[in-house]
Design a protein. Structure first.
Length: 268
């Protein structure tokens, strides 16, 4: 024998979305599926409650076009409680929607990328880097300054669609505009406090006893790497890191730019 499915006890109210006992409904309200409490609401309050109820039970799966259209419409709803809830649900259903929308709007005009730290190549070999890359979309010039080589400077012009392809790669693939958020970076040291720098073994009793205490070092003025970008919509991004290592995408950009200045293999 098949087991009966467990069903909630009581009657369902389509306004508040709850199952309530028979006493919570009037005789005429059973067919309408509206409890006594919700029947006292105004027409606009009932509609808002129904929208909120539907949003709170919105399916977390691939949405149909009609469901997506309805959800987008509720984001622009005049009722703040409905619009805010719809936006939260949309962010859950489409976590990368905001990023993808930003990608379509951001075009790099100029870029400056300086690196003063160690990097690891594809073979795991470490090398110290002290370079500055600049890109100018208008002139299509990519420049590299190598401070380890007597500040030698090399420049190349990316003809055709090469400059556009490179800049799209930086925005669309590497998502440079999200680096500060993705890597929790800080571009200044104004709030730096050595006593709050993760030194769990540091106690004020040591100071009272006049013991020699090794305070954590304040980051140097020069960051390990810094990215400055000016976009065509006149917004400016200035992101720095004082970590001793490079995160994955900044390091990927470093090697991508360096490849333009590597000597071509000679054919024998």
């Amino acid at each position: 024998m098949s087991k009966k499915k467990n069903r909630p006890h009581g009657y369902y109210c389509k306004i508040c979305g709850e199952y309530k006992t028979n006493e919570k409904f009037s005789e005429k309200a059973h067919a309408a599926h509206i409890c006594k409490a919700c029947s006292r609401l105004s027409a606009s309050e009932k509609v808002a409650a129904m929208d909120i109820n539907r949003l709170m039970t919105f399916p977390m799966r691939r949405l149909s076009e009609s469901e997506k259209k309805w959800l987008k419409a509720k984001i622009k709803d005049e009722r703040p409680e409905v619009a805010d809830t719809a936006q939260e649900i949309y962010n859950v259903c489409f976590p990368y929607a905001e990023r993808n929308a930003m990608k379509k709007q951001l075009i790099i005009n100029t870029l400056s990328f300086e690196i003063h730290t160690e990097v690891y190549d594809e073979y795991g070999d470490m090398e110290m880097t002290d370079r500055l890359f600049t890109i100018d979309r208008k002139s299509r010039v990519l420049t590299m300054m190598d401070f380890h080589a007597d500040s030698s400077e090399q420049s190349i012009v990316l003809e055709g669609g090469k400059i556009a392809k490179l800049l799209r790669y930086i925005v669309h693939t590497l998502e440079i505009f999200m680096w500060e958020q993705d890597y929790c970076l800080c571009s200044d040291n104004e709030d730096y406090d050595p006593f709050l720098d993760g030194e769990e073994d540091f106690f004020m009793d040591d100071l009272e006893e006049e013991l020699e205490v090794q305070l954590p070092k304040k980051p140097e003025d020069r960051p390990s790497w810094r990215m400055q970008v000016e976009y065509s919509n006149h917004t400016v991004q200035d992101t720095s890191s004082y970590e001793d290592y490079m995160a994955e995408r900044p390091e990927e950009l470093y090697f991508s730019l360096s490849e333009y200045f590597e000597p071509e293999d000679e054919e024998f």
